[in-house]
Design a protein around this ligand. Structure first.
Ligand SMILES: Cc1cc2nc3c(=O)[nH]c(=O)nc-3n(C[C@H](O)[C@H](O)[C@H](O)COP(=O)(O)OP(=O)(O)OC[C@H]3O[C@@H](n4cnc5c(N)ncnc54)[C@H](O)[C@@H]3O)c2cc1C
Length: 475
């Protein structure tokens, strides 16, 4: 397995094709550091006693020990371990662990390529498995680029005025394909080794040029990554784990990018790219049943701590709010467990989560994120929005005065109060906090996408039968 140092060195050797805040940068740029620190945890913690059983899996291909982020789920146990690993890692980094996208993409492709081959006699799965072996052996980190820019939202890919609104094949060659288009909102693309591309939505017969799934190195010729990074800050003298983390979201432009056939996993079979899109969303929503409870854990932790510092922890109004948060976190987590237990083994051997439970879990989390922030804002009072900057708090002239005036319960050192409010401010008032809030709603698919998935597969007919039975309607 790779170490975080090897991961960093591999990134730093890549061609500079990342643009951030007006500059074209190499991947050792300080603006990318926070995200790299987050991904590094997925390497560093493989030897940690609390994490090794979660982070290390056994490859079903080679029997070797591999990082779970490169593993294809073989059982309900695997899905539950991934979910718990995600929750615990997100707690450690105080937010999104960012590496699940690539993991969810390889799981989706393991099923979709197999199904395509069974029906059409293609050799997509063989290509994919070769890629997967390399992915596992090199312990690669991949972004999954699903969300196309989509142009006019009322139109399908082939109906758009500009045909490049969804990533498409513009040239078929004997040695591969050339693709063009752009993907939006792609987490950690600028700090990934690889970009795995799947379509955003169901594709029709007329969208065959858009019906593609492939992988490219993140610095492949013609790939331009426009990053928007957010960093939590903690100045020297006020070190804290939160200060080391960051997030990066990216627009990826595929400007006539050549993809050799061995990296093209589906090309033209709209039924199976639709399956790949659907399965990526399904695996990713299951991942959300791990990461969203962690976000709630963090919000809950800060809410409880500030209430304790304020000496009102056991008051009725506080208890109600904390219980509300606990109920959200654990219901979402329970939905993930149910989704694993009720999952199914596909003919490809991959174990997929149950659709209904993964979607209701993700939906519940998405609908509640701003509600959770509101609870934290209520519990914390207004100071997170008005807190003196840490540089001023650390100013020896001001420090004793600020300490005097932020003091709460007498046993609690004022610096702890300051740190707690600083952490809450990072969640409620920072640029990264804002990004995480929008991600809470839209990441993994907006709540309406979960509605569509639930509507498609939930058995409402059976509910009508119950109603008819209860009132004696026979038809
Ligand atoms: C922080 C963050 C990280 C993300 N990370 C990733 C990632 O790593 N990989 C990835 O692929 N994606 C990622 N996403 C993208 C995410 O999946 C999308 O934001 C989400 O699917 C919504 O798509 P959109 O942003 O294009 O919104 P839009 O599709 O523009 O939706 C906006 C609104 O319009 C409505 N709407 C759109 N089309 C229709 C229609 N035809 N009929 C009726 N209503 C419609 C929607 O319901 C929604 O309310 C991320 C998003 C965020 C915010």
């Amino acid at each position: 397995m790779r170490t975080s140092e090897e991961y960093r060195q591999d990134l730093f050797k890549m061609k500079p094709n990342v643009y951030v805040a007006g500059r074209k940068v190499k991947r050792d740029d300080p603006l990318l550091r926070g995200g790299i620190n987050v991904i590094s945890k997925t390497f560093d913690l493989v030897d940690h006693p609390d994490f090794k059983d979660l982070l290390i899996a056994t490859s079903h291909l080679t029997g070797k020990k591999i990082n779970r982020f490169t593993h294809i789920n073989q059982s309900a146990e695997d899905l539950m371990t991934k979910q718990l690993m995600t929750r615990k890692l997100c707690q450690i980094v105080g937010g999104c662990i960012q590496r699940c996208m690539g993991c969810d993409a390889i799981n989706a492709l393991s099923v979709a390529t197999f199904a395509a081959d069974v029906e059409n006699g293609t050799d997509y799965n063989r290509r994919f498995v070769e890629y997967l072996k390399e992915f596992q052996n090199r312990d690669l980190v991949a972004a999954c680029a699903q969300t196309d820019v989509k142009g006019d939202r009322s139109k399908r890919p082939h109906e758009q005025d500009d045909p490049d609104m969804y990533v498409r094949v513009v040239e078929m060659r004997s040695d591969g394909i050339v693709v063009r288009g752009a993907k939006n909102c792609i987490t950690m693309a600028s700090i990934a080794d690889e970009i795995i591309v799947v379509p955003t939505r169901a594709m029709t017969e007329r969208d065959k040029d858009y019906s593609i799934a492939f992988a490219v190195p993140a610095d492949a010729e013609g790939v331009k990554i426009v990053a928007r990074t957010s960093q939590l800050r903690a100045p020297k003298g006020l070190e804290m784990p939160q200060g080391e983390i960051g997030d990066d979201e990216n627009m990826i432009i595929f400007d006539n990018v050549f993809v050799p056939w061995d990296r093209v996993f589906i090309c033209g079979e709209n039924k199976f790219t639709t399956l790949a899109a659907y399965l990526f969303a399904l695996f990713h929503r299951h991942s959300y049943t791990g990461c969203k409870p962690a976000s709630t854990d963090i919000i809950m932790g800060f809410g409880a701590l500030i209430a304790e510092y304020n000496n009102v922890y056991d008051r009725h109004n506080i208890r109600e709010k904390l219980v509300d948060l606990a109920a959200i976190a654990e219901l979402v987590f329970a939905a993930g467990i149910a989704s694993a237990v009720k999952g199914i083994k596909t003919p490809a051997g991959t174990f997929i989560p149950n659709e209904i439970y993964a979607n209701v879990g993700r939906r519940h989390a998405g609908l509640n994120y701003y509600h959770e922030l509101q609870i934290l804002a209520e519990l914390a009072g207004g100071l997170p929005a008005c807190l003196p900057f840490a540089e001023d708090y650390l100013n020896p002239e001001l420090r004793p005065l600020i300490d005097k005036y932020i003091k709460r319960r007498k046993e609690v050192p004022p610096e702890n109060v300051y740190r707690c409010l600083f952490g809450i401010s990072n969640i409620l008032c920072s640029s990264l906090g804002g990004v995480m809030a929008v991600a809470g709603v839209h990441g993994g698919g907006s709540p309406v996408m979960e509605d569509i998935a639930i509507w498609r597969s939930y058995d409402f007919e059976e509910k009508k039968r119950i109603a008819k039975y209860l009132v004696g309607i026979k038809d």
